[in-house]
Design a protein around this ligand. Structure first.
Ligand code: HEC
Length: 207
C-alpha cells in the first residue's frame, strides 16, 4: 500500500467515525459504502467519482427514504426540482422528431470510455417503448407509444413533456428517470428533438 492510499484510508476511516456520531444508525452502511468508494474508486473520463459520492438534496432524501417517503418529503423534492426547469430560450419547444428518434436510440455518453464534453444520447428505449418499429425496449418506464395522439399538444402538455424530460423529479420525487436537462446530459436542442418525437403528429410515435 502506498503512503497516499494509506492516508486516504485513514481519512475515510475518520469520516466514518465522524459520520456515526451524527447520522441515524440505519445509515451506517451507507456511510461505509461512501467511504469505500472514495478510497478505492477513481474518476475516468466523464465518469467521475463525484457523480456517485456528491449527492444533492433530492438524492440524499431519496437515499434516506428508498422505498416510501412521507408526502411532505416528496412535495419538498418536487417543488425544489420544479425550480430547476429552464424553458427553451427561444420559446420553441419542438425540434425534429427524426433527430429525436436518433437521440432516443443512442445509449452512449458519460461512460469512462467516452470523451469529456462529448455528445450524449438519451437512451430512452432502455426504459420505454416509443415507436412500434423498434421492438427492443425496456419497460421500467411506461410505454410512450401514441403519447401525443392520446394527450394532444396543448400548451400544458408541451410544457409538462419538456419539464418531465428536463427534470423527471419535478413531477415524481425519486423517479428512476435521469434528469436530462438538469444534469446536462442532453442539450436544449436535443430535448426539443425528443419532445418532437413524442408530440409531433408526423412522428411514428403518433401513427
Ligand atoms: C432509466 C430509465 C429511464 C430512461 C433512460 C428514461 N426514462 Fe422516461 N421514465 C422512466 C420512468 C420509471 C418513468 C415513470 C416514473 C416517472 O414518471 O418519473 C418515466 C416517465 C417518463 C415520462 C412521463 C410519462 C407520462 O405518462 O407522463 C416521459 C414523457 C418520459 N419518461 C420520457 C422519456 C424520454 C424522452 C427519455 C429519453 C430522453 C426517457 N424518458 C428516458 C424511466 C426512464
Amino acid at each position: 500500500m502506498s503512503i497516499f492510499a494509506r492516508t486516504l484510508g485513514a481519512l475515510a476511516g475518520a469520516a466514518v467515525v465522524a459520520g456515526c456520531a451524527t447520522v441515524a444508525a440505519g445509515s451506517d452502511a451507507g456511510q461505509s459504502a461512501l467511504a469505500l468508494l472514495k478510497q478505492d474508486f477513481r474518476s475516468k473520463g466523464p465518469a467521475t467519482l463525484e457523480r456517485v459520492t456528491e449527492r444533492d438534496e433530492a438524492q440524499q432524501l431519496c437515499s434516506q427514504y428508498p422505498q416510501e417517503r412521507p408526502a411532505e418529503v416528496a412535495t419538498r423534492i418536487e417543488s425544489a426540482q420544479q425550480k430547476t426547469i429552464r424553458p427553451p430560450a427561444d420559446g420553441n419547444y419542438l425540434g425534429s422528431w427524426q433527430e429525436g428518434e436518433k437521440i432516443a436510440q443512442n445509449g452512449r455518453g458519460m461512460q469512462s470510455s467516452d470523451a469529456i464534453g462529448g455528445i450524449n444520447g438519451g437512451n430512452c428505449y432502455a426504459c420505454h417503448q416509443i415507436t412500434k418499429q423498434e421492438i427492443s425496449f425496456g419497460n421500467i418506464g411506461p410505454s410512450l407509444y401514441q403519447y401525443g395522439k392520446l394527450r394532444g399538444n396543448s400548451e400544458e402538455i408541451v410544457k409538462y413533456t419538456w419539464g418531465k424530460i428536463y427534470n423527471a423529479q419535478a413531477y415524481t420525487a425519486c423517479s428512476n428517470m435521469p434528469r436530462f436537462g438538469h444534469n446536462g446530459i442532453l442539450s436544449e436542442a436535443q430535448i426539443k428533438d425528443v419532445v418532437a418525437l413524442l408530440l409531433d403528429p408526423a412522428s411514428p410515435v403518433n401513427q
